[in-house]
Design a protein around this ligand. Structure first.
Ligand code: IVH
Length: 675
């Protein structure tokens, strides 16, 4: 009975996952899905004898760490021969025609630019997921792959008892952009492109973190002894019917003209796809013909790739500067002769890190190729070595901080260099102060970066705690500072003493502790004393706090200078513990949900509802999409929103129902304003 109930729920949730992540056509709202998932989780917890590693509840990942097991591929994972011009494509076509000496079809597909994966299914369940590795053996990343919602854990329809399917794991552009924005805010090194981000994510030792990165998977190659069709496209059609995400951008071509047409169409249209592509793959459709053409040592003779040309420009490298950020991360930047690239003038390009500089074998004065290839920051892809007349100095990554002279360090497993001299390196000191006074932190108006710089140069400000010792005359003495502004700044200091504890934690500028993490820490430890004393184990046991963040927190509170800073901040009266009200009102009822507020309300204001959503772990978003969990709907909701909600099947929740769902301690006015 219970078993049936569990199985029905599992089947239902699998279908909804498929509708949402593969078909992009959900039939229930996220909140309904979540409720069902919670129900299943509860039944499974209560009845552990029915545990199933392929249950939809197993997609959330775990933070258990461990090195990956190496697994041999049953069929080696080969690469494809690359071509870069239409004449090379024509050559491939001619080679195939000569090799087969009979009619044939070519299949054109998009070449997805992610990281390849091989999945093994037995009796309809996902058994193993292995990376390409060296082609013969790769890493077993099954637990990480299980968190990818578009990958079926259990198949439907008429599938063979055992087979492998290969495809590409991708990070959609939207996820990539958001991830990099977040990393930029934390001054963590950015991912150069979605491919690196996807492969980096897949190799994370914490599948919970993988789950949060929202990867996707597209599949393009079925392998096994008993395949359902004797054509490649026939097999892909079957695989689609079992639940795999197979692209629709596939065309069977009977002539080379058809192939060129596909190439021309997608060279433009690919810019509108949600994921990165870098070319076209051409494959002979008939499996018998594939066998007859066979393989070379490295790649099949029956397939080839055509790479799209990234827009690139050639220019001169004049110098390399090294910038030190708030957290001490050192970024190398190439200064270039200005050059026009995809409609904008490029003068600077990121060199990312020491490995990239080394790999390029860069010398000052080199003519370099810059590309934008859909990525945010232009990058140098190659050096035109033939253009070297006189060879300049080799670009070396600096060993000492350009700002304070400290020896740079490099954390294990990280590509970036850091200046460790946190409390005495000028850009780090000034950066920390600017961060401290910024709007999302202590929100002290009037202290812009110029003023901070002047105060620093006048020896009045070395540390965030010094801020509260600044006196009106200190301020007035500064260039361009009026009496009124000085009094306003002073008032800002006073007002900042009301800023809630979670934002004080954020303001400290602990490396890797952004706004959200600061909130989690504040709610988990409740007082600065408890946070100071927290051990690594205690820290990692908090949801979303990984080893790296935990270590950074421990390190911060180990430093006597930081302890002194915190003590001084406490003594001037900053909030160093969670307010009584918040201690009681924090809930998780809405965790993971995206909620849109629309209309007018009678019991609380819109802003109060906004705070309540956040307090209970939810996210308040502006516009309705298929990702919206529900709409908190008041009177006179906008007709556009209503229409959109109806067409997407997003549920409306009225204010009374909403208040029943959460722990509703109404926030004070000040908290509403500050949240
Ligand atoms: S077929 C034996 N199809 O490109 C042929 N590969 O350079 C197996 N890739 O390792 C590959 N999109 O990671 C194939 N539609 C597609 C592809 C594709 C991307 C990647 C894949 C492979 C690499 C080959």
């Amino acid at each position: 009975m219970i078993k049936d109930q569990i199985e029905t729920l599992r089947r239902e949730l699998e279908q909804h996952n498929y509708n949402y992540y593969v078909l992009s056509a959900p039939t229930i709202s996220d909140i309904e899905f979540d409720l069902k998932l919670k129900e299943l989780q509860k039944l499974e917890d209560e009845n552990p004898e029915f545990f199933d590693p392929h249950s939809p509840t197993q997609r959330v990942g775990s933070d258990i760490t461990g090195a990956f097991k190496q697994v041999s591929h049953v069929y080696p994972m080969l690469s494809l021969g690359n071509t870069y011009s239409e004449s090379e494509v024509q050559d491939f076509y001619d080679r195939v025609r000569r090799g087969l000496n009979e009619d044939f079809e070519l299949v054109c597909e998009l070449k997805y630019d992610g990281t390849s994966i091989s999945l093994t299914y037995e009796n309809g369940v996902l058994l193993r997921a292995v990376t390409r590795g060296d082609g013969d053996k790769g890493d077993d990343v099954t637990n990480n792959v299980k968190t990818i919602r578009s990958i079926p854990l259990r198949l439907h329809g008429n599938y063979p008892p055992s087979f492998e399917i290969r495809g590409e794991i991708l990070m959609p552009w939207s996820v990539f952009d958001a991830l990099n924005r977040e990393r930029e805010e934390q001054e963590e090194p950015l991912f150069a492109n979605p491919r690196n981000a996807a492969s980096g994510t897949l190799k994370l030792q914490n599948s919970k973190m993988v789950a949060s990165r929202k990867l996707d998977g597209y599949f393009y190659h079925l392998l096994g002894d008993n395949l359902p069709s004797n054509t490649h496209t026939g097999n892909l059609d079957e695989a689609r019917s079992w639940g795999f995400k197979i692209s629709d951008a596939i065309k069977i071509c009977k002539s080379i003209e058809d192939v060129f047409q596909f190439i021309h169409y997608w060279d433009v249209e690919r810019k509108n796809l949600p994921v990165a592509t870098d070319g076209i793959v051409l494959k002979v459709n008939s499996l018998a013909q594939q066998r007859s053409l066979g393989f070379t040592a490295k790649s099949p003779r029956w397939a080839i790739s055509y790479k799209f040309q990234a827009e690139s420009a050639l220019t001169r490298l004049n110098s390399v500067s090294f910038q030190v950020g708030r957290t001490g991360a050192v970024t190398p930047v190439a200064n270039l002769d200005p050059v026009l690239l995809s409609g904008t003038t490029v003068k600077r390009a990121s060199l990312h890190n020491a490995d990239i500089i080394e790999g390029l074998d860069l010398h000052i004065g080199d003519m370099v190729f810059v590309e934008k290839g859909g990525e945010i920051i232009p990058k140098i892809t190659a050096v035109d070595k033939d253009a070297r007349i006189m060879i300049g100095d080799k670009v070396q990554f600096i060993k000492k901080c350009p700002e304070c002279g400290a020896d740079l360090i490099r954390f294990e497993g990280e590509a970036a260099h850091y200046c460790p001299n946190e409390n005495a390196c000028p850009p780090q000191i000034k950066g920390k102060i600017e961060h401290f006074v910024s709007r999302k932190a202590m929100n002290i108006d009037g202290l812009g970066s110029e003023t901070v710089n002047l105060l620093y140069q006048n020896d009045l400000l070395h540390n965030i705690a010094d801020i509260y010792e600044l006196k009106i005359p200190d301020l007035i003495r500064l260039e361009r500072m009026g009496t009124k502004s000085a009094y306003n700044i002073q008032a800002g200091f006073e007002k900042s003493k009301e800023v809630p504890f979670e934002r004080v934690v954020f303001s400290l500028g602990i490396r890797f502790v952004g706004e959200t993490i600061a909130k989690k820490l504040a709610y988990a430890f409740k007082t600065i004393e408890a946070l100071e004393k927290a051990t690594l184990e205690e820290l990692v046991s908090v949801d979303e706090i990984g080893e790296r963040i935990a270590q950074s927190v421990v390190l911060y509170f180990k430093d006597p200078i930081n302890i002194d800073t915190v003590t001084r901040l406490k003594s001037v009266g900053l909030q160093m513990s969670l307010s009584e009200e918040k201690l009681q009102s924090h809930g998780t009822a809405l965790s993971g949900l995206s909620i849109v507020i629309s209309g007018t309300f009678s019991r609380h204001s819109r802003d109060e509802y906004k705070t309540l959503i956040e307090r209970n772990g939810g996210k308040n978003v502006g516009s309705v999409s298929s990702k919206t969990s529900f709409i908190l709907a008041g009177e006179n909701m906008g007709p556009e929103k209503l229409k959109k909600a109806e067409s997407l099947g997003v549920k409306l929740v009225d204010e009374n129902t909403f208040l029943d769902m959460i722990i509703a301690v109404v926030p004070s006015e000040d908290e509403v304003e500050n949240s």
